[in-house]
Design a protein around this ligand. Structure first.
Ligand code: HPA
Ligand code: ZN
Length: 330
């Protein structure tokens, strides 16, 4: 669907398509444990978040140079633009690269190169969100933020991702305080596999302005009331939820109930190379499976621009919102 939208929940490493993975493997002399792209695609059967993360981290071995990161981001931006994405706030996982000996500067400068020409090349404005891996230590997160200091002009926010259960937001209080002091915005994954309490912690202890996923808030009516009252955006990823078995079937997805409850929902792709679709595909899928009408779809698109970190450029936000209102559904 080409409805104009902002993508607010997108892991750039999760846009690595099998074809690019093999091309980069060859270029960098890396051997993948799969013979063909078909064999690799056949491995995309996940039981839960961890089974996905195992493959997601393994395939990153092919990303080594600035050019690799620039190519990865450029390929994503081209696909996103073709599906109506006008603005993308893009996650990256520096620790997954520094742990393999790739310097953080290589990652950020490579991604930055693609992002800085994105408006001209693809008509997509961009921001970069540095994510901490929550299954690593709080000290490692602090060291990562410190290592990112020479590149802060390229980074607008911090996030928190990877294996959720057993790694509550409170573990990262100190690094979020440090990020606040540096003027960075704050988001965190919470309530994907973890309990509603993790959403409360992300709000109360980390001070996040958006919650990534946040699906499990629906188990806690008081929390829902708070999220509605405070208009906290939730960045939902419907196809991801099905592939990682957070919901059984797309027709069971709580999105319609969440919209009806007045939650500030947005629809995003998470790791589109792995989960079967980019942002527009996610919109198509929820329209078809959940019988969303054009006004509900327009609300989701409007929500995405309202939730974007565009406070420094309200003119741009207004322009994007006007595009949403002008969009004609066929
Ligand atoms: N959840 C948590 N961590 C992640 C994800 C996700 O869906 N994708 C990449 N890292
Ligand atoms: Zn995610």
């Amino acid at each position: 669907m080409h409805l104009p939208k902002a993508e607010l929940h997108l892991h750039i490493e999760g846009t690595l398509e099998p074809e690019l993975a093999f091309a980069l493997a060859e270029r960098n002399g890396v051997t993948l444990p799969y013979a063909t792209t078909e064999e690799l695609r056949a491995a995309y059967q996940f039981d839960d978040l961890q089974s996905f993360l195992d493959l997601y981290y393994a395939l990153m071995a092919v990303l080594r140079t600035e050019d690799d990161f620039a190519e990865l981001a450029d390929a994503y931006l081209a696909r996103a633009a073709a599906q109506g994405v006008r603005h993308a706030e893009i996650f990256f996982d520096p620790q997954a690269h520094t742990a393999r000996g790739v310097p953080i500067g290589t990652v950020i400068e490579g991604l930055g190169r693609a992002l800085e020409r994105s408006e001209e090349t693809h008509g997509v404005s961009t921001q970069l969100i540095l994510c901490f891996l929550r299954d690593l230590s709080a000290e490692s997160a602090l060291g990562t933020l410190d290592a990112a200091k020479p590149y802060l002009h390229r980074i607008s926010a911090v996030g928190l991702d990877s294996a959720e259960v057993g790694h509550p937001p409170a573990k990262f209080r100190e690094v979020y305080e440090a990020a606040t002091a540096l003027g960075l915005r704050k988001v965190a994954h919470a309530g994907e596999e973890g309990p509603p309490e993790y959403i409360r912690e992300a709000l109360d202890i980390l001070g996040v302005e958006r919650v990534d996923h946040g699906l499990r808030c629906m188990e806690d009516p008081e929390l829902v009331a708070r999220l509605v009252a405070d208009r906290v955006p939730l960045t939902l990823c419907p196809l991801s939820n099905v592939r990682l078995r957070t919901v059984d079937k797309l027709t069971d997805h709580p999105l319609p109930a969440m919209l009806a409850a007045g939650l500030h929902c947005t629809v995003n792709s998470d790791d589109p190379a792995y989960f079967g679709g980019y942002a527009g595909d996610n919109f198509d899928a929820v329209r078809d499976a959940l019988a969303l009408d054009p006004e509900q779809l327009r609300t989701l698109a409007r929500n995405s621009f309202e939730a974007a970190f565009l406070d420094h450029d309200e003119e741009r936000r207004a322009r994007y919102l006007a595009e949403v209102e002008a969009y004609a559904f066929d």
